[in-house]
Write a protein that binds this ligand. Structure first.
Ligand code: ZN
Length: 265
């Protein structure tokens, strides 16, 4: 599932091609947006908040989308303000297609899409925890929210977007590996929670600024994580095979990779 670093990359890319441009083509393959037409509106900004992408328009509306499991935003050259013939915009997986004179952006396999009034946004983002990637992120304040989850497992807690927003399975696993804490340790028994959150934030931002997404700073194949996705492969610190447990309550449980030796409890 795309995490905060991916969303920032998407927001930066879409900002480059959309901001200050007027929409010349608009297509939604999304039931609740049937008939919605954004042509003639100008994109003021594109932001990521947690795992949401927010596209603010000069009409006072914001187009909000979420990538869920395997969504993506594609960018293509436009032909006279519309998708070219044969464009990926024609595929049924293209849920939202917007174009300006030069560029087409295509929201593929989006997990959520809606239009809301920009002035209602604050109320909506208020339901999410503080965005771990935001400029004004306060690790001490966020750590208080995490500790308040009591004996709930730290892995589940870090994934709960209403506690802190922007961390997914990759950066949960990588941060806990660095902290030598098992994903099921009670949240209120993890040492230096502010440090842990600040560390996750550093990893996410380093990934945004790397050539391709990476939790280690390395971008070679098989080198982008220390624990995540490495089940049965030797731990890079102690050679114990990396293990995986499920965290969270089914059917919303998620994999948490860890080293049984480096992260004994
Ligand atoms: Zn190990």
């Amino acid at each position: 599932m795309p995490e905060g670093d991916i969303l920032r990359r998407v927001a930066l890319r879409l900002s480059q091609v959309l901001v200050d441009q007027t929409i010349t083509y608009c297509l939604f393959r999304w039931p609740s947006l049937a008939g919605a037409d954004l042509t003639g509106q100008t994109v003021e900004r594109v932001d990521a908040y947690g795992k949401h992408l927010l596209m603010r328009l000069d009409s006072g509306l914001t187009f909000r989308s979420h990538l869920r499991m395997d969504g993506a935003w594609l960018v293509e050259k436009a032909v006279d303000g519309s998708p070219a013939s044969g464009s990926r915009a024609e595929r049924w997986t293209a849920r939202a297609v917007l174009a300006n004179q030069s560029w087409v952006v295509i929201g593929q396999r989006l997990g959520m899409a809606d239009l809301l009034r920009s002035r209602d946004l604050e109320r909506l983002t208020g339901r999410l925890g503080p965005d771990v990637m935001a400029e004004d992120f306060d690790p001490d304040q966020a750590a208080g929210r995490v500790a308040a989850q009591g004996d709930r497992g730290i892995g589940t807690t870090l994934l709960d977007q209403t506690v802190v927003a922007g961390i997914g399975t990759i950066y949960m696993a990588e941060s806990l590996f660095e902290w030598r804490v098992r994903p099921d340790r009670p949240a209120n028994r993890v040492p230096d929670l502010p440090g842990l959150l600040a560390y996750a934030r550093r990893l996410l931002w380093r990934s945004v600024n790397a050539r391709t997404p990476t939790a280690t700073g390395l971008t070679g194949r098989g080198q982008t994580s220390l624990a995540h996705g490495r089940e049965h492969q030797p731990c890079r610190r102690c050679s114990t095979p990396i293990a995986v447990m499920r965290v969270g309550v089914p059917p919303l449980d998620r994999p948490a990779f860890y080293c049984p030796t480096c992260q004994p409890s």
